[in-house]
Design a protein around this ligand. Structure first.
Ligand code: ATP
Ligand code: MG
Length: 315
């Protein structure tokens, strides 16, 4: 379900993105009418891929679509297919035993190899025969695709795979396989990734290259918010009306990146950022994770360079 993803790191208002949401809305309509779609959201860190996907998920749920969410992780040791496993767990949590048995059919025992929770609900499952690795993979992919199609037959289905730039090779192969099979299903696949982390030799590049010519594929490149949207963002989140000059500086220095803007507005005007080292006064783990995130961003010093002129406008 999408709800658990709605509380995480979310600013109060959602601004802009009308064009992108309109495109998604059309893709959702197509998917709901039985023309499966694959939508990719690309952009730099903090530009709003996850948040935009959350808005889309709410839109989809509002129209009667079931939404299941999975995220890829950077950490070594993350099991293969992890994002897919999360989407399937989310489905399993809310499905009755009968529904699960009907939607998974004979493929359940293959899927249970990567989602053991299935055995908790379908206790009669046999152990699948041992196969050559390639055959086993085909069986698994086929079983998952059949399951998703069946689930979507019951109720339109949207799956979100976030942070695909960290996806393992197996997850990407599964994505290719599923995408090629859903053209006549009520399925909307949404992927999000940091394009700046995807070089030509990145495995995701190969997946995108393989899918880009498919009819069901489209990609949305998220750009920075406009100056007007920056003003709305600040107004909505901290209740400050920026002067056009301050909005102009903030827009220029942050390139309209919502993460940078929200970091900045968090510090204005209650914290005097000139005299503080970054993160002082915060809980240690919070500080580490925040600065770990900053470290992965292209211009880590942006916050300070931006805050000074903006604060001077705010007085
Ligand atoms: N259009 C928007 N309106 C309001 N807030 C937004 C908008 N887009 C993003 N945000 C907020 O900006 C922050 C960063 O957005 P988000 O986490 O979606 O970025 P991201 O592109 O997914 O970044 P990452 O690559 O690190 O995953 C979040 O707090 C989010 O709620
Ligand atoms: Mg994200």
């Amino acid at each position: 379900m999408v709800h658990s993803h709605l509380n995480r790191n979310i600013s109060r208002v959602f601004v802009g993105r009308q064009q992108e949401l309109a495109e998604f809305s059309a893709a959702l309509d197509d998917a709901m009418s039985g023309q499966g779609r694959l939508a990719m959201l690309a952009g730099e860190p903090g530009i709003g891929k996850t948040r935009t996907a959350q808005e889309l998920a709410m839109m989809a749920e509002g129209r009667g679509t079931q939404v299941h969410w999975g995220r890829c992780y950077e950490e070594l040791g993350t099991p293969p297919y992890w994002a897919w496993v999360q989407t399937m767990r989310s489905y399993i949590e809310q499905a009755s035993t009968e529904q699960l048995a009907a939607d998974m059919g004979p493929g359940a025992s293959y899927i249970a190899e990567i989602v053991p929770e299935i055995r908790g609900k379908l206790q009669e499952l046999t152990t699948p025969p041992s196969l050559e690795p390639e055959q086993a993979r085909f069986r698994l992919f086929y079983s998952i695709t059949t399951f998703l199609k069946n689930a979507a037959h019951r109720q339109p289905l949207m799956l979100v795979l976030d942070d695909l730039h960290w996806a393992d090779q197996s997850s990407l192969l599964l994505l290719e396989f599923v995408a090629r099979e859903i053209e006549t299903s009520r399925i909307l696949l949404v992927g999000a990734y940091r394009d700046v982390e995807v070089s030509r030799r990145h495995p995701l590049s190969q997946t995108l290259g393989a899918l880009v010519r498919e009819k069901l594929f489209y990609r949305v490149q998220l750009q920075g918010l406009t100056q007007q949207e920056v003003t709305e963002f600040v107004q909505g989140n901290v209740g400050i009306t920026l002067t056009p000059e301050a909005a102009g500086v903030m827009h220029e220095r942050t390139d309209g990146n919502p993460f940078f803007i929200s970091e900045l507005t968090r510090k204005v005007p209650s914290e005097n950022i000139y005299n503080r080292r970054p993160g002082v006064g915060q809980h240690h783990s919070q500080r580490c994770s925040r600065w770990h995130r900053w470290a992965t961003y292209p211009k880590p010093s942006r916050l300070l360079r931006t805050a000074i002129p903006v604060i001077s406008f705010l007085g």
